[in-house]
Design a protein around this ligand. Structure first.
Ligand SMILES: [Zn+2]
Length: 375
């Protein structure tokens, strides 16, 4: 094969790719899959690859219009579903999905549903979904994604063919990222650290000036933390949140373009669904932006600890390493653990809907206290 097909783009998941590709070629695609593996293992990329393979006329070529639209997330017969409730799928959302499942495909012969966070079904939403999962219409393939098998309700997992994903090795992720983006090893490591090791997000991060700036600002704040007064910390948290929101402008521009394209082809129809999706996209991006600066904080603290232990090869944020030495000099493993628990606390507060700026202010004060008198 001369062309680089969609399966070749999956990193470190050869056996999964072979298994799925063979199923498509034999015409033996299951009606429901459960992809299980840690964040960053490539489950969603594999689900998109499977969607390409099912909808492509040329053996998952990766280059035809159908493949390209699936990869861009713009194919009308490939649907990605994420929980709309704070931490769970609501019955109402699942009923909407079921209704949609039973409609005919828009333009392809089949429809694919990629259902994220399959461990977020509660008993009621799972019950609502079971019949569809067991016997979807013939032209529908449902792919559920989850981080652990055990967290998925047995009533859900028992109705799916389970495909297990291994954690990608650091070396594989770095090599793939460098190949995709042309970034240096140093930039790639920092990007993976900020995005929790998720390859697709790391690639997007490297492509976004505003996202990289938010991360740089966070590391700049940490660097100056020991000499900051209370007023500085409060101003830093405010500026940081502004930096986190800056990348939203990049997304708004893309969305405006999509609205223009849509209007050209369909008149003003489908406007509400599109507007809802765009709103969800912005909320998700903002949440992701906050997570990125927290990831950067965590990796900065780990780096300081690594430097203090002489493990320079394990440092993720090499561009900031100079400034870490002073902190590393006084940071004990115990103090690092205390500072890291402040980051964890901020994550938890934000997941409980505490205002991110307040959560980050509190985190910065806690870390400052540790760095000023590390014991
Ligand atoms: Zn194709």
């Amino acid at each position: 094969m001369t062309n680089r097909c969609v399966w070749d783009e999956l990193v470190g998941q050869r056996s999964v790719a072979d298994h799925l590709a063979a199923a498509v070629r034999r015409g033996a695609v299951s009606h429901a899959y459960l992809f299980v593996g840690p964040a960053g293992a490539g489950k969603k990329s594999a689900a998109r690859a499977l969607a390409c393979a099912i909808l492509c006329d040329d053996d998952a070529c990766g280059a035809c219009p159908a493949c390209r639209r699936v990869k861009r997330g713009a194919h009308p017969d490939v649907h990605v579903i994420a929980p709309e409730g704070a931490a769970t799928y609501m019955v109402g959302q699942i009923r909407d999905v079921i209704h949609d499942v039973n409609l005919a495909p828009v333009e392809a012969a089949r429809k694919i549903y990629i259902v994220e966070a399959a461990d977020s079904f509660n008993d009621s939403s799972a019950n609502a979904f079971l019949k569809t999962l067991e016997e979807p219409p013939d032209d529908v393939v449902i792919i559920l994604l989850a981080t652990t098998y055990e967290a998925v309700l047995p009533t859900v997992s028992s109705r799916c063919q389970v495909v297990r994903f291994r954690r990608m090795t650091d070396a594989d992720a770095l090599a793939a990222l460098a190949e995709r983006t042309g970034a240096s090893a140093e930039e790639s490591r920092a990007a993976l650290a900020a995005t929790g090791g998720v390859l697709v997000r790391a690639a997007e991060f490297l492509g976004s000036t505003a996202r990289r700036q938010a991360r740089d600002r966070m590391l700049g704040i940490l660097k100056g933390l020991t000499v900051s007064d209370e007023h500085d910390v409060l101003r830093s948290a405010r500026d940081l949140l502004a930096a986190v929101k800056a990348p939203l402008e990049e997304i708004k521009a893309l969305q405006a373009e999509e609205v223009r394209e849509r209007t050209e082809f369909l008149g003003s129809k489908g406007g509400k669904a599109l507007a809802d999706r765009h709103k969800r996209q912005l909320t998700a991006r903002e949440r992701e932006g906050v997570t990125e600066v927290l990831n950067a904080t965590e990796s900065w603290l780990r780096d300081c600890l690594m430097i203090s232990q002489g493990e320079l090869a394990l440092v993720s944020n090499i561009d900031a390493a100079d400034a870490m030495e002073e902190v590393a000099y006084v940071l004990s493993p115990g103090a690092a653990a205390t500072a890291l628990s402040a980051v964890k606390r901020a994550r938890r507060r934000i997941s409980y809907n505490v205002n991110p700026q307040l959560a980050i202010e509190a985190m910065l004060f806690d870390i400052q206290e540790v760095l000023k008198c590390p014991r």
